[in-house]
Design a protein. Structure first.
Length: 162
């Protein structure tokens, strides 16, 4: 059975949705699959994020959220949380949870919407590629170079169990 990665965030930048959209493009579905859970409230990514992903051939609106439940968390092999900060209070589970947090900070206020969206798109794609290839989930028809993986993830600081 493929491993399950849950991407989630409490901000409304659309990063978890972007990660879930990139994941099947890079990962072998026999090895791993991904879902995303959105923040409370609006689940629609900004038009700039949708456009930036569209420039890369990814239809972001086709990636649908799942409800973050204790059962989903319990079934996850890895939970990737995203945002400027992280409050683990919304990750309610009764067992151990393997989690890593990806700091995703907004660009400075003087960065335009499309430029900021492209930066976020490229950052999330890079992190998903590093995750997929470091864990050995990469598709056979995509090399590390083609996926633009320049370095492995740093497990010592990024991977936490609680």
């Amino acid at each position: 059975m493929p491993e399950l990665v849950v991407f989630t965030g409490i901000n409304d930048l659309g990063c978890a949705r972007m990660a879930a959209a990139w994941f099947p493009m890079l990962a072998d579905p026999q090895k791993a699959r991904a879902v995303f859970t959105g923040p409370r409230g609006s689940l629609r990514p900004s038009p700039e994020i949708v456009a930036a992903m569209g420039e890369s051939g990814v239809e972001l609106n086709l990636v649908q959220p799942q409800v973050l439940t204790p059962e989903l968390l319990a079934s996850a092999d890895l939970v990737v949380t995203m945002g400027e900060t992280f409050d683990r209070g919304f990750l309610v589970t009764h067992g151990p949870l393997h989690r890593e947090h990806w700091m995703v900070e907004p660009e400075p206020a003087n960065t335009d919407g499309p430029g900021r969206a492209r930066s976020l798109r490229d950052l999330i794609r890079s992190r998903v590629a590093m995750l997929v290839f470091t864990e050995g989930w990469g598709r056979a028809d995509i090399s590390r170079e083609a996926a633009r993986v320049t370095r492995p993830r740093w497990h010592a600081e990024a991977f936490a169990t609680f």
